[in-house]
Design a protein around this ligand. Structure first.
Ligand code: E4P
Length: 219
């Protein structure tokens, strides 16, 4: 499973990229607004750091406006994926952009039917929002499992990005469900790599190492 970072924060992206486990980045208007910087400058900078798809979201509600924004954003580079909301107008835009060879990421997906339509329209990526479903007492990961089954039944190539991830268990469940990608907030990425027994183990090894003489330690 690929791991994308779900942030527009440059420091977080740099730190995560150094770990060597980041395959792309997803942003949305909320994440962009947190950074208080020009949108395009920010996306361009992210593009320079990460070698993989970078999702940038349109804000128009009509297909023509979405297509116009998408075409301008796509000029930033071939790895830009245009996030399009799962609406009637959004589907029209996805269809048009897929003909132009521009990558799309259909966002705000909350049902299998939406996932099916996004794939039929030619979406490159689909983002089911797991945490927001859990927030309203729906088992979010069931949505991923069902969409995965639908895509397998008919051979749709649309890649599932598990989004709205809240904790490490969501990432593990996404991998178990066979999702193509999980997009994770920075704090969740950090939690994924930690285990207290690892830290205890390192302490113990170092303590034991100190019991050796200098001659025994030499290498
Ligand atoms: C990513 O593509 C989504 O925009 C993001 O995961 C949404 O997460 P949230 O529900 O925590 O805002």
């Amino acid at each position: 499973m690929k791991i994308f970072l779900d942030t527009a924060n440059i420091e977080q992206i740099k730190e995560a990229a150094e770990l060597g486990v980041i395959d792309g980045v997803t942003t949305n208007p909320t994440l962009i607004a947190r950074e208080k910087r020009n949108f395009v400058d920010l996306v361009r900078e992210i593009y320079e750091i990460v070698d993989g798809p970078i999702s940038a979201e349109v804000v128009s509600l009509e297909a023509s406006g979405m297509i116009d924004e998408a075409q301008r954003l796509a000029k930033l580079g071939k790895n830009i994926a245009i996030k399009i909301p799962m609406t009637e107008e959004g589907l029209k835009a996805v269809k048009a952009l897929s003909f132009e060879g521009i990558m799309t990421n259909v966002t705000l997906c909350f049902s299998p039917a939406q996932g099916l339509l996004a794939a039929k329209a030619g979406a490159t990526f689909l983002s089911p929002f797991i945490g927001r479903l859990d927030d309203v007492s729906h088992e979010g990961m069931n949505l991923v499992r069902t969409i995965k089954q639908i895509y397998a039944n008919y051979g749709y190539k649309t890649q599932i990005i598990v989004a709205s991830i809240r904790h490490p268990l969501h990432v593990l469940e996404a991998a178990t469900a066979g999702a193509d990608i999980a997009t994770v907030p920075f704090d969740v990425l950090k939690k994924l790599l930690k285990h207290p027994l690892t830290d205890i183990g390192i302490d113990r090894f170092l303590q034991d190492w100190q019991k050796l003489t200098d001659k025994e330690k030499a290498f």
